[in-house]
Design a protein around this ligand. Sequence first.
Ligand code: GUN
Ligand code: FE
Length: 453
Amino acid sequence: MATTAPDSRGDCLQIFRGTFIHSTDTSPLEILESRIVAVNKLGKIVFIEPADKEEELSQKWHFKREKIRKLCPREEFFMPGLIDTHIHAPQYPNMGCCLDLPLLQWLIKYTFPVEARFKDLKFAEDVYTKVVKKTLRNGTTTACYFATIHTESCLKLCDIIDKFGQRAFVGKVCMDMNDVCTEYRETTSESVKETERFVAELVKRKYPLVKPIVTPRFAISCTPGLMKQLGSFANANNLHIQSHISESRAEIAAVKKMFPKCKNYSDVYDVHSLLNDKTIMAHAVYLSDEELELFQRKGAGISHCPNSNTSLCSGLMDVRNALNHKINVGLGTDVSGGYSPSILDAVRRATDVSNILSLNTADYQKLSHEEVFRLATLGGSKALGLEKVTGNFEVGKDFDAVLVNTGVPGSPFEVFHEDTLQAIFQKFLFLGDDRNMTEIYVAGKQVFPCPTA
Ligand code: GUN
Ligand code: FE
């Protein structure tokens, strides 16, 4: 580690001047107009100050004012990088198709077969390169990936993520039980040993932004013995945990049959030590209030995947109720149960689902677009336990950011003279896409446009 103080020399700072839009604990949408933000060599935000202090700041921090990157007022702004809290990288070849069956049949007919192909490292390299480039291009600066049971291709995914500069958790999928075909599963001891090997190999690589996450696929595909050992391993090594919970009614019925002694689905994970403050569970569509209270007590997070939940007709998740239970909720694409790689799409679907839920319940407090934006950024960081590092613009956090330009040629929406910044931002949330994302940064490093892409 270099011991020189990188902050004390202005030539080590990147300086941006303009509008920064983000969420905080107290405000789902905060528009910081005319600010100067400095990012040090380590990629951390060192100050956020009013732009009228430019001269004073340039003297204090020893930077030349010509060095400041000035954003175009109204046309350009920074927002925090988007956080995809649940995505299956190997399902990318099926993204946008194969959605005609409910969850359990969909897994058997389409999903296990495509995942089986990741035994082939060449195939894995091709698909994983495409998925990482695509998610990054869509503003996903942090992703929490499920890979497959194949350790070598899981490591290949980690190599590719590191190369392109995304922040990520990567999980080697564990499944030692399914009725369909032995080709798609491991033995219990293989699953545990390969998880240990995957974690050890990834740690050895010392990638600054790519971390392992213990990944029992879901209760239906894991024996109690496997879940217990994965829980112990994760806890002994302070590792994050991800899985699926309470996604569809048929799945819940199957879990009930398999674990008759457990009180509910959440209890299945809890008795196997898989529910704690490093856990993120995808879906949680049908959790009871009692289960939500357990999540709250344990500090476990939820990944809300609205595109998947409607595409597979799994159900409508009540995010408001989870938030009322003080649970950390983020958004997930759940590719390829969800057909879009974009967290902006998840913002729109989450808004739709909340609106639909409001149709059935008098006085339902539907989610505002500002709140959904917070789920996509700060909420995701909290659900993944990364809130000290990313999720919004705060001094000391990494600069994970998307530069949005509303005036690009072919922009999918129009800005009118009388539009407020609030209106412009809402138009971008509901109508914008990758064309509007002209620069993307992770930990201060520009990853798009990227010389290696
Ligand atoms: N439950 C277990 N595996 C999966 C999966 O791959 N996708 C979804 N949506 N749910 C699951
Ligand atoms: Fe999933």
